[in-house]
Ligand binder design. Structure first.
Ligand SMILES: [Zn+2]
Length: 57
């Protein structure tokens, strides 16, 4: 019920699981293993989606 160990990719619309943590240590990535899913592209995608939200139909 309270299993929060599995994170998902935070890229808008992406339902893939986040990439596993680096075996050498460090925090688990917030994105999946797709190279195009990273903080920069996620930011750009969010802005693109915001503009598209004006479309009603
Ligand atoms: Zn992703």
């Amino acid at each position: 019920m309270s299993d929060t160990s599995t994170k998902g990719c935070i890229y808008p619309g992406c339902e893939r699981p986040a990439a596993p943590p680096n075996p050498l240590g460090g925090p688990q990535p917030a994105f999946c293993d797709l190279e195009e899913h990273n903080a920069l592209t996620a930011h750009q995608e969010r802005q693109r989606l915001e503009k598209e939200e004006t479309h009603d139909g």
